[in-house]
Design a protein around this ligand. Structure first.
Ligand code: AMP
Ligand code: MG
Length: 500
């Protein structure tokens, strides 16, 4: 008894590591490289309790040591996952976790298996020329963007914690080192399949497909053709995910196949951003010089990435090559419809249409076109639209003023009102429904940058304020109204960096 009491109390993790049970070709077993001086910067309390973890214990020094990778908790089986990927269309046969380590898997309160993953935890056999480290700015961005996405109800990986390492990391300048503790439904990527398919390791491709079916798509096991069903399910989830990004003006920025999660979660927040003034061609990534991953390119990029997955699965899809290709094609053909359902359904909801009628899609697209032409703020246009009265144009002021030429909105509003007149839904109900899909708050780029700049000076207050509004983005936060304001010209951030 006494002995037990005198032992340091360590947070308990109940690991069950399914990935570590896969054959050794799937990963390299490697422990995190300890860091000089771990300081817990932020702990995500609600996520910690969702995972059944003891928040108080995690917040101790021992907790910080664990979250930094300096202490390996009992039951963890650290490993770096192997994967390949198409980066900007170029195939790279071996990428893998070069600066990340999967500690293990936990079953959360809802019975869902979650990866516990450290990003910035030191070199691995996949590091190539990299230092295996991450820096505070991008770690903070990933923390905020993940919580914002979660608040928006869009599938995403999330940060459990953000830890300062006390080390300097060399990038374009010297930056403070940090580690992001990330939680995901799964880290298997399209690139994981590509890694084995390119090596012609069919057994591994099959094994991986069986693994993701069991973990993410168990219903496929009972389908007539389980692998075809798997492909269709991944296609469906990816189409929906991308539609939902589009509907909130999100640009992922690096939609490479190694950043495309089989689980259908948003993963690897690098040079990503939410649009302020609407521009369908918007790109923020400093390396995306040709706009490959611009806002309006995301739907077609998604299909391109899924086509790479389909290629990997071909040996599992049919008796012969012809049959397999036919099956893959049919599964990929479901993408367009899945995307359109989600996208146009979402647009209708954003403009308050309770059902679908001929002409609705055009009406919504017309608004987007005018917003783009008129530099209207994406988020605020839709949010302010919620409050407009269906039969009183004198309420239009807050939307009109977002358009360079307010007349461009007036023309549209007239058609919109004609359309609203056909539906019987009471006004208050429509407005509430619109407010539930049109966020008031997004993590605007200049606010994220402000939080990063302050954090680098040791001040986390701007981060906390930003997190508060973006994690409940559909609520009004009267005290934080300034977070709805688009950037002033001098505040605009044109480029973001992934910090690799
Ligand atoms: P990302 O751009 O973060 O999606 O990373 C693409 C690839 O580069 C992955 O294989 C990463 O593990 C690897 N990588 C990125 N940054 C580093 C780094 N600092 N050290 C080692 N590998 C890295
Ligand atoms: Mg990545």
């Amino acid at each position: 008894m006494n002995q037990a009491l005198s032992q340091p109390v360590t947070p308990r993790f109940t690991f069950d590591n399914s990935y570590a049970r896969l054959p050794e070709v799937f990963y390299a077993r490697i422990e995190p490289t300890p860091v000089a001086q771990p300081t817990l910067l932020r702990l995500n309390h609600s996520l910690a309790s969702q995972l059944g973890l003891d928040v108080e214990l995690l917040a101790t020094d021992t907790g910080a040591q664990i979250l930094a990778g300096n202490l390996i908790p009992p039951g963890a089986e650290p490993l770096a996952m192997a994967y390949a990927g198409h980066q900007y269309g170029q195939f790279v046969p071996s990428l893998g976790d070069g600066r990340a380590i999967l500690l293990g898997e936990l079953i959360d309160r809802d019975g869902i298996r979650r990866d516990l993953h450290l990003k910035g935890s030191g070199r691995t056999p996949f590091s190539r020329m990299g230092d295996g480290r991450a820096v505070l700015g991008p770690v903070l961005r990933e923390y905020v963007l993940g919580e914002a996405m979660q608040g928006l109800g869009i599938p995403t990986t999330r940060a459990l914690a953000m830890v300062a390492t006390g080390e300097e990391v060399y990038r374009e300048r010297i930056e403070p080192g940090a580690i992001l503790v990330r939680v995901a439904a799964g880290h298997t990527r399209v690139g994981t399949f590509e890694y084995f398919a390119r090596r012609d390791d069919r057994e591994a491709v099959r094994h991986l497909a069986d693994y993701v079916i069991a973990r993410h798509y168990p219903a496929c096991r009972d389908a007539d053709r389980p692998y075809r069903a798997l492909l269709e399910q991944v296609v469906q989830r990816q189409a929906e995910l991308i539609a939902r990004w589009m509907l909130v003006g999100f640009i992922h920025g690096v939609m490479n196949t190694d950043n495309t999660a089989i689980s259908g979660e948003t993963i690897d927040y690098g040079p990503c951003a939410f649009i302020d003034a609407f521009d369908p061609k918007a790109v923020y990534s400093s390396i995306d010089r040709f706009g490959r991953y611009a806002w309006d390119q995301q739907p077609s990029t998604g299909l391109w990435n899924l086509t790479q997955l389909a290629n990997c699965l071909l040996p599992l899809l049919g008796e012969d090559e012809h049959a397999a290709q036919k099956s893959a094609r049919a599964a990929l053909d479901t993408y367009g419809n899945a995307f359109e359902q989600a996208y146009y359904g979402g647009l209708r909801a954003k403009i308050g249409l309770a059902d679908a009628r001929a002409g609705d899609d055009d009406l919504a697209l017309d608004l987007l076109g005018r917003m783009a032409q008129q530099q209207a703020d994406f988020t605020n246009t839709f949010r302010e639209l919620c409050a407009l009265s269906a039969d009183d144009p004198s309420t239009d002021g807050p939307v009109r003023e977002l358009f360079d030429d307010p007349g461009a909105f007036d023309d549209w509003a007239q058609q919109w009102r004609e359309r609203l007149a056909v539906q019987t839904q009471p006004e208050a109900e429509r407005q509430a429904a619109m407010r539930a899909v049109n966020p008031a708050y997004i993590p605007r780029n200049h606010r994220v940058q402000e939080a990063i700049d302050a954090a680098e000076q040791g001040d986390l207050a701007p981060l906390d304020r930003l997190l508060e509004v973006v994690s409940t983005p559909f609520d009004e936060h009267p005290d934080c109204i300034e977070y709805r304001r688009p950037p002033q010209p001098h505040e605009i951030i044109e480029r973001t960096f992934c910090g690799t």
